[in-house]
Design a protein around this ligand. Structure first.
Ligand code: NG6
Ligand code: CA
Length: 511
């Protein structure tokens, strides 16, 4: 355990020189700001009412947007979870590294202890750091070899987090247990947990062999071990007393996040709050059931909004509102049918989860990565709307500039400080940004033009109803005129196309 000092910096710049000379005691000790980074799962640009959703109301997110900057061009680094989270925490594009694709629930730690991470930025400045919610970055040393019944290492504490309360992977992957500070919560030692992603444990029912035991049926995949009447990806056995209840996940995650905030109210803290909403399986709490009229997916978004409201309320009650930066965004774009028959598609109505964007989760089109983005810092950041190109991969460098922490050499190679843009102080955003889809096809954009390099993979995935953006020819879109990426102008604009291709190749080569 590391001891933390409460440290203060003195801000003098706002005072006129004369008053400083006359009254030195007017120096106000100002604490470094707390950061709460709220990471939604699979919530799309158009899913929130602050971004134009009409069917779903998300008033708490709206409040946050009103008191902060709402970004209309914020990107997750990838169109799926693990690579986005990898890039967020390391400041390195995930496509540079093998083994950063969507992780199984028994994956070994993808971010190794020697890596410098976002949490390290805060830790090196004396912050208390915590992660609560969905992890999905692997745990333990090697895939399939973890001892789920002991201390699981390496884990979040090895990459800069003082406190962790996590779901090892996703709600739809075993093991379906909470892991607090790298130990499974509520585990009965007489009923140990076994996990396999290769074969079932003898005598254990699965969604495939025993569909009559299911309360929610898969639409594709998700037909292995059954937990709480829902079949998952992967096989597990034992750990009965430790199994989570799906309808309580949001409540549990939220209460752990609030406790972390309350415990650390008197010292600077960084909280990475990664919700499970609105990932599958969508089993919102009874309180939210039926609230959206759109079935479990809509209700899970309303549950997400409730979590945001609880955070806002707590920060206000503790009187740390003006000293707390809250960032809200999502790990990838939206998907409607992601593998369970939860009526999301039938009940969608006119709602457009990705707004006017094409594609969604998994896709190279904007719907894959252009996600909700809000930053609020009451009293310091001017509220407004920003259309500047920004990306979560920049968190490491941006936070290090904010705290004036020097990054070690070689750390966060793809992360750029965008502090003035994030704080709405006249920054111009990124010059270019490289993004990846589920097939690791790359695209590059500069705020106006978007070039999708030819890549393998199918153009359309019929199981998730997603246009993946894969094509074996060049694609170029003018996002300022054609946000929906409907007209491929690659042939008409050879110079722009080749400039972007060359820039992409340069970035791939690490220049
Ligand atoms: C896919 C799963 C999907 C979801 C996704 C990861 C199937 C058929 N589909 O492979 O349900 O779990 O992985 O989502 O298994 S993410 O948001 O964590 O990237
Ligand atoms: Ca996700």
């Amino acid at each position: 355990m590391i001891k933390f000092k409460v440290h203060s910096i003195y801000l003098l710049a706002a005072l006129p020189l004369s008053s400083m000379v006359q009254n030195v005691s007017a120096k106000q000790p100002v604490r470094k700001p707390n950061i709460i980074f709220i990471y939604a799962d699979d919530i799309g640009y158009g899913d929130l009412s602050c971004n134009g959703a009409r069917t779903i109301k998300t008033p708490n997110v709206e409040l946050l947007a009103k008191q902060g900057v709402r970004f209309t061009n914020m990107h997750s680094p990838a169109a799926t979870c693990t690579p986005s989270r990898y890039a967020l925490l390391t400041g390195e594009y995930a496509w540079r590294r093998e083994g950063t694709g969507i992780a199984t629930g028994d994956a070994g730690s993808i971010i190794r202890p020697e890596r410098y991470t976002l949490a390290d930025v805060f830790k090196s400045d004396g912050y208390q750091t915590g992660v609560v919610g969905k992890w999905h970055l692997g745990l333990g040393d090697q895939t399939g070899t973890q001892n789920w019944n002991g201390f699981i290492t390496p884990g979040p504490s090895d990459i800069g987090f003082d406190y962790s309360f996590i779901l090892a992977a996703t709600g739809d992957r075993v093991p379906c247990v909470y892991v607090e500070n790298q130990k499974v919560v509520n585990l009965d030692p007489n009923d140990p947990i076994s996990v396999s992603y290769e074969k079932n444990f003898e005598g254990e029912p699965t969604g495939k062999s025993n569909p009559e035991l299911l309360k929610m049926h898969p639409s594709h995949g998700h037909d292995m071990s059954i937990v709480n009447g829902i079949s998952r990806i992967g096989f597990m056995k034992g750990g009965k007393s430790a199994l989570w209840k799906d309808e309580e996940i949001a409540d549990v995650i939220t209460s752990k996040a609030l406790s972390f905030i309350k415990t650390n109210r008197d010292q600077p803290f960084f909280l990475y709050l990664a919700t499970h909403d609105a990932h599958v399986p969508r089993v919102p709490n009874q309180r939210f059931m039926g609230k959206s009229g759109m079935g479990p997916r809509g209700d899970a978004i309303i549950e997400f909004d409730w979590t945001v409201g609880e955070v806002l309320k707590t920060v206000k009650q503790l009187g740390i509102e003006k000293n707390t930066i809250i960032i809200l965004t999502s790990d990838n774009g939206p998907v409607v049918d992601d593998g369970y028959k939860d009526h999301a598609l039938e009940l969608l109505g006119n709602h457009k989860p990705a707004g006017n964007l094409r594609g969604g989760k998994y896709s190279s089109f904007e719907g894959g990565t252009r996600v909700p983005g809000i930053l609020s810092w009451p009293g310091t950041v001017k509220p407004g709307v920003s259309d500047k190109l920004i990306c979560q991969v920049d968190m490491v460098a941006t936070c290090s500039e904010l705290l004036t922490v020097k990054l070690p050499s070689g750390a966060a190679p793809d992360s750029e400080s965008q502090l003035n843009t994030w704080l709405n102080k006249g920054g111009i955003g990124r010059e270019v940004l490289v993004l990846q889809n589920v097939n690791n096809s790359l695209s590059i954009e500069d705020g106006k033009w978007k070039f999708i390099a030819p890549g393998p993979g199918i153009p359309y995935d019929s199981s998730t109803n997603t246009e993946l953006g894969n094509l074996n020819q060049d694609q170029l879109y003018d996002l300022t005129k054609d946000i929906g990426e409907m007209v491929n102008v690659a042939a008409q604009n050879p110079k722009i196309r080749e400039r972007l291709r060359a820039r992409l190749n340069q970035i791939k080569a690490g220049k």
